[in-house]
Ligand binder design. Structure first.
Ligand code: HEC
Length: 107
């Protein structure tokens, strides 16, 4: 994802990025954490973790997702946990969420 590449500054080419909202699907949900698992339902190998920042965004320029994909799971500051039921093969999470799937949300 190269949306954040600015012509005259350092380049940010995100390998994994997206936004997390609260249950109203509008208010950002800050300070949670994302886990990426090798197996369904938050099992197998913990492939990577990624922090959700103070404004509900997560992003990294590191290619943390393996080629065979991973199952995203997130924990909100309330302690709630949600797990994606299918493999994510791309770190462009907002290519589905907020487009043809619900926005990613957790309280
Ligand atoms: C190819 C489309 C697609 C991509 C890309 C995608 N997802 Fe998903 N995701 C889904 C579908 C389909 C579901 C199941 C339906 C739902 O809960 O919205 C889901 C569910 C989830 C859930 C559980 C939501 C809930 O309410 O229980 C989380 C968390 C999640 N995805 C995180 C991510 C993250 C993080 C990424 C990027 C690494 C990502 N997804 C990329 C399609 C996608």
């Amino acid at each position: 994802m190269s949306c954040h590449i600015a012509a005259d500054t350092a380049t940010y080419n995100f390998a994994v990025a997206g936004s997390v909202f609260k249950s109203d699907k509008t208010t950002p949900s800050p300070n949670g954490i994302l886990y990426f698992w090798s197996e369904f339902g938050g099992t197998g190998l913990l492939v990577a973790t990624l922090e959700i920042d103070a404004v509900g965004n997560f992003f990294t320029t590191s290619s943390i997702l393996p080629a065979f994909g991973a199952y995203p799971q997130m924990r909100g500051t309330s302690g709630a946990i949600k797990t994606m039921p299918i493999l994510a093969y791309t770190g462009n999470c907002n290519s589905c969420h907020g487009v043809n799937e619900a926005p990613i949300w957790i309280n």
